[in-house]
Design a protein around this ligand. Structure first.
Ligand code: ARG
Length: 464
């Protein structure tokens, strides 16, 4: 039996029925639908719309329904119910008869789906935060394990200045901490109960919506019934947070794919997260990272989908909104899987210390330090930049590194250059010099590692 039908004379076209049904997607919300329904039964009792005995029967049966499909939710798909709300109610009516028919008093599927989805998002945010923390832990582990390794830092994919590998790790730590904070911030707007808004205008039954919100562990109830059933801002927000998060993971993947390439050879990925070629026996491909980079596109797609879906919709509920879930479910799961994959990749990653160092030393990545040296000798930076450029060109033409040029060579460009230049442009010194806040000097990075460990600890506390 459908939840409606009295005013219809003809049966639904069978193709339309399939087209209209959302069970194949919203069965995911079964737990939330049942949880919200139990809360609704309690508020019906509180408002004396049903008796204590009826409420008990409803709650017990709803719990039984949940325990029956808890481990096998896909069984729900064997039914031809229109959606998860109909499925739960039909089960209830089958078990309780007329008492089951009382549950939907004062409620609409419009406020029901808005409630289910918000409950589901809250749960999902919790899982995502956990995954972020796990990824952060692996970044810290790696930054400690390979603390002393120097790699070239790049701009324009040209070797620019040397950095320590841990500094690279902590850059990603910063990015995903922002993702964590965004989720935390967004949760405040999600944690609001729309239940009791009815179809759009509110409910005529005397219902304590604050109490109802409390039953479901929402921090408060919504203000405007029209907005409550129309609002999908939180879907847009979550998808935009997921898109930013995936963009971070995609850049992370691209960096590692580059570091892993035959051209760089800075790192070696574990056999466990790579695959071979069916034709070329020597190949070991970074599929795990390429897939993370690739999956980013579908998350962006879902964000654009929801934005376009909502843009022309009049208030309040429109069936278009049924299309809000597939992309959301898929995207948050994708983001979570990619966080997990990233963590696994990091834990098996090995660095080729000598190749990294050699590469950091070549490519004239200490040229800025040479310019800084000249500034310390009293030359203006613009001039020292020009002199250093000429020295680099001279070194390139003679196929030498800056450390290999003779003092005479140096002095032919600037008489102020002395023997101490060699100490100044040595890799270690270039790093140590970058000791202002946020710089790659090892002492600074070390204290950032300690600070970030506290942030992880804080994040864990925020979860409880
Ligand atoms: N399946 C619908 C959705 O996902 C639930 C709300 C249906 N409301 C209605 N009036 N048909 O959006």
């Amino acid at each position: 039996m459908a939840l409606w039908g009295g005013r219809f004379l003809k049966k639904q076209n069978s193709f339309f029925k399939k087209f209209n049904n959302s069970l194949k997607i919203d069965f995911i919300l079964v737990k939330e639908d049942i949880f919200g329904s139990i809360a609704w039964s309690k508020i019906l009792l509180d408002s004396k719309i049903i008796t204590e005995d009826e409420q008990k029967k409803l709650e017990t049966s709803l719990n039984i329904i949940y325990s029956e499909i808890k481990n096998t939710p896909k069984k729900i798909l064997l039914s031809n119910s229109e959606d998860i709300h109909s499925w739960v109610e039909q089960k209830l009516i089958y078990m309780l008869g007329d008492v089951g028919k009382k549950l939907h008093t004062g409620r609409s599927r419009n406020d029901q789906i808005a409630t289910d989805l918000r409950l589901w998002c809250k749960k999902e945010i919790h899982k995502l935060k956990k995954s972020i923390i796990n990824f952060q832990k692996s970044l810290i582990t790696l930054s400690e394990k390979y603390f002393s390794i120097i790699i070239p830092g790049y701009t324009h994919l040209q070797r620019a200045q040397p950095i320590i590998f841990s500094h690279w790790c902590l850059a990603y730590f910063e990015m995903i901490q922002r993702d964590f904070d965004r989720l935390k911030d967004c949760l405040q707007r999600i944690d609001i109960s729309p239940l009791g808004s009815g179809a759009l205008a509110g409910t005529g039954w005397k219902i304590d919506r604050k109490k109802l919100a409390n039953f479901m562990n929402f921090s408060k109830e919504s203000n405007n019934s029209l907005d409550s059933v129309s609002d999908r801002d939180y879907v847009v927000e979550l998808l935009s947070i997921a898109s930013i998060g995936m963009m971070h993971l995609s850049r992370f993947s691209e960096d590692l794919i580059f570091f892993n390439s035959g051209e760089c050879n800075f790192i070696e990925l574990s056999d466990k997260v790579t695959s071979g070629s069916s034709l070329m026996p020597q190949k070991k491909n970074p599929d795990s990272l390429e897939l993370i980079r690739g999956k980013t596109g579908r998350v962006y797609g879902s964000l654009i989908n929801i934005l376009v879906l909502l843009k022309g919709l009049p208030l309040s509920y429109n069936k278009d909104m049924q299309e809000d879930k597939e992309g959301l479910f898929d995207s948050l799961e994708t983001w979570r899987m990619c966080l997990k994959m990233s963590k696994i990749v990091l834990l098996g990653l090995k660095l080729n210390k000598n190749i990294c160092k050699k590469s950091a030393e070549s490519g004239y990545s200490n040229a800025t330090d040479l310019a800084d040296y000249l500034v310390r000798k009293g030359i203006s930076f613009r001039e020292s930049h020009d002199i250093s450029g000429k020295i680099v060109l001279h070194a390139i033409n003679n196929n030498k590194s800056l450390s290999e040029l003779s003092l005479l060579d140096y002095q032919s460009f600037c008489v102020l250059i002395e023997n101490d230049i060699y100490k100044y442009i040595v890799l270690k010194n270039c790093l140590n010099q970058k000791n202002s806040k946020g710089g790659t000097a090892p002492e600074k990075v070390l204290s950032e590692i300690q600070k970030n460990k506290k942030i992880i600890f804080n994040n864990i506390n925020l979860m409880n």
